[in-house]
Design a protein around this ligand. Structure first.
Ligand code: SIN
Length: 281
């Protein structure tokens, strides 16, 4: 069964389409291992024609960890772990319209997210994904060293207050957290840049004007096309991304059409940074 799975990369640094798998059925441990290892290599995996029920979607997510509950969004009754991603002619904003890593304002931000889009617009509504390994690795040694000493503040309030209001707060308040500006991926050991436009507000150790200038440079850098792939959704396409080393940007270019989907999010760990050991002489 494992041999039927085929993984085709979409770009040299990020993204792969997976063929020959039905995510609705029970998956063997070997298949889950194959998918996990493909995710570690390609950072985001894409699947077509996956008509998952809420229960099947959650079961698939649970194979990779405990499920995360969103800190501010309204919940689907009976399924608080399902986040509805919806846009139509009545909405003023859509989920994830700026570059971000999901819920990086949580103290333990999600490891991964699994989005199934059910209804797609006639054209448009693609999602961009970017590798934060590639973003980090392309910086100079001096910039890497500076970032290795910085703490970034991530705040949920500035984005969530306008998007969801305060009626559905998981913890009674908006989340906020301090994370290293670069993080060590707990599985691959690689270093990823970990600041984003939606949630990162400043660097703790810098003066405000220094912090604003550095953040502005980094956010532009993260959005460089060579770190990216672009996914064109069809009905029942699924994307599974690793939030620890990627960012994504949902393009809202299809107003007033409707786009509708559901996301299951997998809990992660507290980010940390362990500098790679210097090479021995
Ligand atoms: C999200 O940030 O989870 C939404 C992504 C999308 O709608 O493509």
């Amino acid at each position: 069964m494992n041999q039927q799975i085929r993984v085709e990369p979409l770009s040299p640094v990020i993204g792969a389409e997976v063929f020959g798998i039905d995510l609705t059925g029970p998956l063997t441990a070997a298949i889950v291992d194959t998918l996990h290892s493909a995710l570690m290599t390609h950072l985001v995996l894409f699947f077509r024609d996956q008509q998952l029920s809420f229960e099947q979607h959650k079961q698939f997510g649970k194979r990779f960890g405990d499920l995360h509950v969103h800190p501010a969004a309204p919940k689907v009754a009976e399924h608080p772990e399902i986040l509805v991603v919806h846009a139509d002619e009545t909405v003023q904003s859509v989920a994830g319209e700026l570059w971000h890593s999901d819920v990086s304002c949580d103290v333990e931000p999600p490891m991964g997210s699994i989005l199934r889009v059910e209804q797609v617009p006639t054209i448009g509504g693609d999602t961009l994904f970017a590798s934060m390994y590639a973003a980090y690795e392309s910086l100079s040694d001096g910039m890497q060293r500076l970032l290795g000493e910085l703490t970034a503040v991530h705040e949920g309030r500035p984005y969530y207050v306008g998007r969801y209001g305060g009626e559905h707060l998981r913890d009674g308040d908006y989340p906020s957290a301090e994370h290293p500006a670069v993080r060590t991926h707990p599985v691959t050991g690689r270093t990823a840049l970990y600041v984003n436009e939606l949630f990162t507000t400043r660097f703790k150790e810098l003066k405000r004007n220094e912090s604003d200038a550095l953040l502005s440079f980094l956010l532009k850098h993260c959005a460089s096309p060579e770190f990216q792939c672009r996914f064109r959704w069809r009905s029942n396409s699924v994307a599974f991304w690793d939030n620890r080393c990627t960012q994504h940007h949902a393009i809202w270019d299809y107003y007033p059409e409707t786009r509708h989907g559901y996301r299951v999010t997998v809990q992660g760990d507290r980010p940390y940074y362990r500098p790679a050991a210097a090479p021995q002489d």
